[in-house]
Design a protein around this ligand. Sequence first.
Ligand SMILES: C[S@@+](CC[C@H](N)C(=O)[O-])C[C@H]1O[C@@H](n2cnc3c(N)ncnc32)[C@H](O)[C@@H]1O
Length: 241
Amino acid sequence: MKRRAGEGVRAERARLFEEMHRRGEPFDYSRRAAEILRHRFVRETVHRVHASPPRLLDVGCSMGQLTAQLAGLPRGLFAVDLSRTAIRVARDRLRDAAAPARFVVASATALPFREESFAVVVLSDGLHSWQLPPEERQVALAQAHRVVERGGYAVLTEYLQPRAFREFVGQVRASPFELVSIAYLYDRLWYQFESWFKAIRGWRWVRRLFGSIPVALTLRAVARLLGPRGSRHICVVARRT
Ligand SMILES: C[S@@+](CC[C@H](N)C(=O)[O-])C[C@H]1O[C@@H](n2cnc3c(N)ncnc32)[C@H](O)[C@@H]1O
């Protein structure tokens, strides 16, 4: 009975994410400067831990916006998402990429890959954004750990209130991974700034402002002065020993 209830909740979550992608690009990832900078940050982080990973897995790839940034780093690029529509769009986006990418509809909690298949696994705006209960977050971390090779890395980002950063790091520490590093993206002012203009976000000059990389970089430089409190995104790198 309990198991069936769990399956019902999982099916409902999958339906929500599918609906979200059918309505168009969720979160305007391709146009919002903070998200573009975040994707670049993840790419740079992956490059730093492994300049040329033989195989990389992007978990929860949405429509492939981050996956496209990662293309070119690994020799084999794989991505999964719960949403069929997201996977279809992501596959189209990377159709002409220099190296072929493979996309699969799958859940982070049941990755369809063999043990030690990847040098790097990316879980970007994943664990919490996937709306998993705490025990399933640990399942997702255990799955990432299973498919990453010994000595390989997991790169995780999450959008949180700064007061929740400690708990997020605690979840990684409680997993089979070894914590390597913690970084902040200093994007809190940008999201604050965006919220001031929400009511008129359809106006052309506002859209331009949201897409402006120089504006986002300026806000980032100011937010950095606040330390971790100046961030809504945290980035954690962990390793399979
Ligand atoms: C917030 S978006 C993040 C997209 C991308 N990784 C990024 O950093 O920009 C979360 C994505 O994860 C997908 N997702 C939700 N639950 C998932 C699960 N259990 N397994 C795999 N993907 C999931 C959603 O469909 C959505 O595309």
